[in-house]
Design a protein around this ligand. Structure first.
Ligand code: ATP
Ligand code: MG
Length: 551
C-alpha cells in the first residue's frame, strides 16, 4: 500500500517545483514519558516521508522543560522508535542549541523585537486579554534595547529568582491570535537540567526552541498536530526575526491527532494511571504505549500497518480500539501457527481406552498453509477440555458437550459424554466419555459429522502455564482523567486482567518471546517478555478471536 495524503502531496509538489531539493523532517518528543500509539502515527509519518524521498529525519528530544525529563524516558523513546522499524542516525536535543538560542534572543533584543518584562506572572497572564478582548501592553514594553540586554544578561547570570523576569517577544498585543500577544520566550528556572546541568538558569519556551531548532537543523517540513495551528504565525514570526540566514526555510504543517477509543493516548495521563496504580507501569500490557503493545505481543509491522490504515488527514481521529485488534488478527490469522491450550480445565476420562493408551495424532500448524508443517499431539485416556465447553443443562442451540451428547475433539476423535461425576460443590468435576475409534480426524472417520468441535490437551502430557487474559482497560470509549467526574474507579474496567491457570499442548514448552500462536478458539498469545521463563510459562493474550469491544 503506497500512502497518499495531503502532506505527501505537498512534499511531492515542493520537490517538483524546486522549492526544496530534499526532505528533512523531525520527530520531536518531550522526554517526559514513554511513547504511545499516537506517537507511532507521527513517527511513521516523519520517518516515512523522509525515507520515501531519500531524505532524513531527526529524532530530536524537546528537552526544554528540565523538571519533567528523565534519562529512562530518553532511552525508552529511542528504543521504541528503533523497534517500530526506523533507524535513528540523527539524534539531537533542543538543549544542544541553548547557546545558539541565547544568541538569537540577544539579537532579537538588539533589533527591538524582544524585551524583558519585570511584571509578575499573574499580571502578564491577566494582561493577555481573551479571545474577544485585546491584551494590554506591558509597562516594560518600551524599555530601551540596552536596558533589556543588560537585564537579560543578568537573568542568565542568575541575578533573579524564578518568575521575577521573563523575556517576551514584542509583537502585537491587539492581535486576534493570542499567541502573538508578546509571548514569553525565556523564563528563569533555577533547576538542573539532565544534559546541561547547572549551565543555565534560564530556559527557552517551547515555541522559540522548537521553531529555531527546526531552522538550525534545516528541517523542510515541520509536521505537528492540529493544536499547533494557531502557533504557526508565531513560528513564521520567529523565523523572520531570528536573524538566521535561512537557506532552507522550514514550514509547519498540521495534521490530526490519533486518539484511540477505550484507551489513553497522552503521556501525562498514562503517568497518572501509573501513579494511582490503575496499571503497573509504562509497559503494562493493558496500555497503548509502544512498550506495552510490544510486551503484549503486537509486532511492529502491525502498528505500522495500523498507522497506514488510519492515514493522515487534517482532522482529529477517534479510532475504535477494535481497529487495532483487527489489524493484529488479520496478520496473525495469516501467519501465526496454531496450538491448543485449555484455559479452565475440566478432566475427561475416555473410559473405553486402555489405561496406558498413547498415540500421536498429526495436526497441521496452519489450516491454510501446509508449508508451515505439522506437529504430533499426544492423545491418551485422560484429557482436559474447556469447562465452558460442557453444560449439564444447556440451552437449545448449545453445540458443545452435554450429557449423552457428542462432540469432536479437534484433530482427534468424536467422544460421547456417558457420565458426569460431581465434586463436593455440586459442580461437574470429571466427565466419563467414550471414544468412537472410527472417527479419527484426517482419516475415513473424519466423514462422520457432529455439530461441535472443541479443543483439548492430554492431561499427562500437557504443561502448565499462566495465561493473562486482557480486556479493555476502560469501560468508556472516551475516558476523562482530567475532570474527576466520573471517578476513575467508575471508568476503569475492574476485569481488565484475568489470570488463568491453563494447560498447554507440550509443543509449546520451548515457546520464546517474539513468537506468537493462535490458541485455537481462544485468541492470539505470546510469552510475556518480562515474566515468562521456560520453567514457568506465562502467556499474554494479544487479542481474542472476536472483538473485545462488542457492546
Ligand atoms: P503527550 O500528551 O502524550 O505528551 P505530546 O503531543 O505532548 O503528547 P510530544 O512528546 O510533544 O507529545 O510529541 C512528539 C510528537 O508526537 C509531536 O510532534 C506530536 O504532535 C506527536 N504526537 C503526540 N501525540 C500524538 C497523537 N495522539 N497523534 C499524532 N501525533 C501525536
Ligand atoms: Mg506534551
Amino acid at each position: 500500500m503506497v500512502a497518499d495524503d495531503f502532506i505527501r502531496r505537498i512534499i511531492a509538489d515542493d520537490l517538483a517545483s524546486g522549492k526544496h531539493s530534499g526532505v528533512v523532517t523531525r520527530f520531536p518528543p518531550e522526554p517526559n514519558g514513554f511513547l504511545h500509539i499516537g506517537h507511532a502515527k507521527s513517527i511513521c509519518l516523519n520517518f516515512g516521508v523522509a525515507a520515501e524521498n531519500g531524505g532524513s529525519c531527526y529524532l530530536r528530544y524537546d528537552d526544554t522543560n528540565p523538571v519533567a525529563e528523565e534519562q529512562t524516558f530518553v532511552d525508552a523513546i529511542r528504543d521504541d522508535v528503533n523497534w517500530l522499524g526506523f533507524d535513528t542516525p540523527l539524534v539531537t536535543h533542543a538543549s544542544d542549541y541553548f547557546p545558539r538560542l541565547y544568541e538569537i534572543a540577544e539579537h532579537m533584543i538588539g533589533t527591538g523585537h524582544a524585551f524583558v518584562d519585570s511584571s509578575s506572572a499573574d499580571k502578564i497572564s491577566a494582561d493577555r486579554g481573551t479571545l474577544t478582548s485585546p491584551g494590554r501592553p506591558s509597562p516594560y514594553r518600551d524599555r530601551p534595547a540596552q536596558e533589556n540586554l543588560d537585564l537579560f544578561r543578568r537573568m542568565r547570570a542568575g541575578d533573579f529568582g524564578d518568575g521575577e523576569q521573563v523575556l517576551r517577544a514584542r509583537i502585537d498585543m491587539a492581535s486576534p491570535n493570542i499567541n502573538l500577544r508578546d509571548p514569553v520566550l525565556y523564563r528563569v528556572r533555577h533547576v538542573a537540567h539532565a544534559r546541561t546541568g547547572r549551565d543555565w538558569c534560564i530556559y527557552p519556551m517551547y515555541d522559540l526552541a522548537h521553531t529555531l531548532s527546526d531552522a538550525l537543523e534545516g528541517i523542510t517540513h515541520s509536521l505537528c498536530t492540529l493544536e499547533f495551528e494557531d502557533h504557526r504565525p508565531l513560528y513564521e514570526w520567529l523565523l523572520d526575526h531570528s536573524g538566521l540566514d535561512l537557506r532552507t526555510r522550514p514550514r509547519q504543517y498540521e495534521f490530526g491527532r490519533l486518539n484511540l477509543g477505550h484507551a489513553v493516548t497522552s503521556k501525562r495521563r498514562v503517568a497518572s494511571l501509573i501513579r494511582t496504580q490503575a496499571v503497573e507501569g509504562w509497559d503494562d500490557p493493558r496500555l497503548v504505549t509502544l512498550s506495552a503493545l510490544r510486551r503484549r505481543g503486537y509486532p511492529p509491522e502491525v502498528l505500522r500497518e495500523f498507522c497506514a490504515r488510519v492515514g493522515v488527514s487534517r482532522s482529529e481521529q477517534m479510532i475504535g480500539a477494535d481497529q487495532l485488534e483487527t489489524v493484529v488478527r488479520d496478520e496473525f490469522n495469516r501467519d501465526a501457527p496454531r496450538a491448543m491450550a485449555v484455559v479452565r480445565p475440566l478432566k475427561v476420562v475416555l473410559t473405553n481406552l486402555p489405561e496406558n493408551h498413547f498415540e500421536e495424532l498429526p495436526a497441521n500448524n496452519h489450516p491454510k498453509r501446509p508449508e508451515m508443517g505439522s506437529r504430533k499431539l499426544p492423545f491418551s485416556r485422560v484429557i482436559y477440555i474447556e469447562r465452558t465447553d460442557f453444560m449439564e443443562d444447556p440451552p437449545r442451540r448449545f453445540f458443545r458437550l452435554r450429557p449423552g451428547g457428542e462432540v469432536r475433539l479437534r484433530n482427534a476423535y468424536i467422544i460421547r459424554c456417558e457420565e458426569v461425576v460431581h465434586g463436593a460443590d455440586g459442580e461437574p468435576a470429571e466427565l466419563h466419555c467414550s471414544v468412537d475409534p472410527y472417527s479419527r480426524s484426517g482419516g475415513e472417520g473424519a466423514r462422520r459429522k457432529v455439530k461441535g468441535t472443541v479443543h483439548w490437551v492430554s492431561a499427562a502430557h500437557s504443561i502448565p502455564a499462566e495465561l493473562r487474559l486482557y480486556r479493555p482497560l476502560f469501560k468508556v470509549e472516551r475516558p476523562d482523567l482530567d475532570s474527576g467526574t466520573p471517578p476513575l474507579s467508575e471508568q476503569v474496567n475492574s476485569r481488565s486482567l484475568e489470570v488463568a491457570a491453563a494447560r498447554l499442548e507440550p509443543s509449546l514448552a520451548n515457546a520464546g518471546p517474539d513468537e506468537a500462536w493462535q490458541f485455537e478458539r481462544l485468541g492470539y498469545f505470546t510469552p510475556d517478555s518480562r515474566d515468562s521463563s521456560p520453567s514457568a510459562l506465562i502467556f499474554n493474550r494479544i487479542a481474542p478471536l472476536r472483538s473485545s469491544y462488542a457492546s
